[in-house]
Write a protein that binds this ligand. Structure first.
Ligand SMILES: [Zn+2]
Ligand SMILES: [Zn+2]
Length: 128
């Protein structure tokens, strides 16, 4: 049985989370993932990755850079589109800013891309 790198206790299969970089095992509870994130992590074609504290630091720096670059290029095309087709450019721009802030807020311990909407109805997810 693998041993959790956080609390050094045995990890059962049904509560096992492994770091996607160093493959260290940890408890779901010790990983700090939320219930919804856990569901995504366990789904077959998961869109979520987990990194232990050591690996997290590197990956967040890399991920943040990509995320910011992506956001700015989508921002540019939105702004270009808005000046051509809309007189309401200011509101649209504010929407884009909110979107950027929202994306940056999601970058925490985990990197999420195209997180599918949860099929569980008991998760409160009010930001979509
Ligand atoms: Zn643990
Ligand atoms: Zn790791």
């Amino acid at each position: 049985m693998p041993t959790c790198v956080v609390c050094n206790k045995n990890v059962k299969d049904n509560e096992l989370i492994t770091c996607d970089i160093c493959k260290n095992p940890t408890h779901a509870i010790c990983s700090g993932l939320s219930g919804q994130e856990m569901d995504c992590f366990r789904s077959k074609n998961r869109k979520i990755r987990y990194f232990c504290t050591d690996c997290n630091i590197m990956e967040v720096i890399g991920g943040l850079k990509n995320e910011v670059e992506e956001t700015f290029s989508s921002m540019q095309s939105m702004i270009q589109g808005s000046t051509a087709s809309s007189t309401n450019g200011k509101t649209l721009f504010e929407d884009v800013i909110n979107d950027v802030e929202d994306r940056l807020r999601r970058i925490n311990n985990i990197v999420v891309s195209n997180l599918p909407e949860s099929e569980e109805s008991d998760n409160k997810n009010e930001d979509i």
